[in-house]
Design a protein around this ligand. Sequence first.
Ligand code: PMT
Length: 404
Amino acid sequence: MIDNHFVVPASLTGKRILLGVTGSIAAYKVAGWVREFTTRSAEVTVVMTKAAKRFVSAMTFGALSGNRVYGDMFVREPEELMAHITLSREADVLLIAPATAHTIARLACGMADDLLSAAVLAAKIPVVVCPAMNTAMYTHPATQHNIGRLCDLGYHVIPPECGELACGEEGAGRLPEWETVHEKLIALFCPQDLKGKNIVITAGPTREALDPARYLSNRSSGKMGYALARTAARRGAEVTLVSGPVNLAIPPGVETMQVTTARQMQARVLEKAESADIIVKAAAVSDFRPKNCHRQKIKKNQGISPIEVEENPDILATLGKRKDKGTMLVGFAAESSNHEAEGRRKLEQKKADLIVVNDILRPETGFDVDTNQVILVDAGGSKQLPLMSKEETANRIWDHILTL
Ligand code: PMT
């Protein structure tokens, strides 16, 4: 806890991962995951089944993790005879990836015939399982039954992805992407205090076309809105992200709708607003659009004529007028002066429950940077947050929203 709020982890730094690797061709991909974990300062200890060693050598995992790799139950050093107990006691999460049909069946029956399965039974930490196998094996009733059993046991199963498999067939069974697993692991260490909340977030700029080549827009990169979406999903929320054109990866587990113009953004937001518990408008919506969108590219030899503009809908104000008591409405304010006063004016004018004010003149805050420093303005007063990453800022915004 820091100044009476949870420190919500934004990464796996310092986390200890006990990684169980089983005998699937996808084991080679998991070797790459070890590198991803260690570059994020997570500590990885690998336990391999006998079959796993047929695909990737223990030396590979040892070199990548920098730690001893465990294999069978029966180890040489007598003091490590209790490895099946100590290994999970010295870890924060037990990740089994790839998980073969055979290992899934063994775990479903509570078997402990090797170090990995024994460690799972002895574990008092979250267990995350990533099935990876041929589609027919994955969809086989026996495997599906065993996976259901793992879920009943409280293990977290990350479903495989669909696509081309090592055997050349297409379908469900591919090891999930690293980003999906990374998000899941971080979420495990986050308080699920937004669970059950249906949250709509807007992010990024809008583009208002002048001709087929030119448009009015702004410097929003989407980073603030995407950080809000990612952190809300980690904390258990059902998140819909309505995003203008940005160059950011879609946060795993977030339903994302891509839009271009302010009017498209408004349409999508109003569609989702009815069922939303919280709406956060982090997008930089263009207030104006060119009155005439030329069908042909304007030629400069035609002379430069003034661009006539007309007003775009004010989505936040529209939401403020129609929102019912059950929906919490959060707006942002991009200001270059009179920050708090402007935030309060917008709070009242747009009937929002919270306005997040950020300065767009400072290089380290506002548009297209990884950090931000915001003032939270609500009916109860205002609160200045320190300069920090947009991800930490997002977590603090959720913390504050939960107090309203
Ligand atoms: O995307 P990044 O690069 O990370 O930058 C983040 C950000 C600076 C874009 C973000 O932190 C931010 O300040 N977003 C709001 C930008 C903006 O449009 O502020 P504004 O003061 O002009 O608008 C006030 C509020 O009304 C905002 O919630 C905005 O979404 C909303 N609005 C504005 C105009 C409009 N036509 N419809 C709206 O809903």
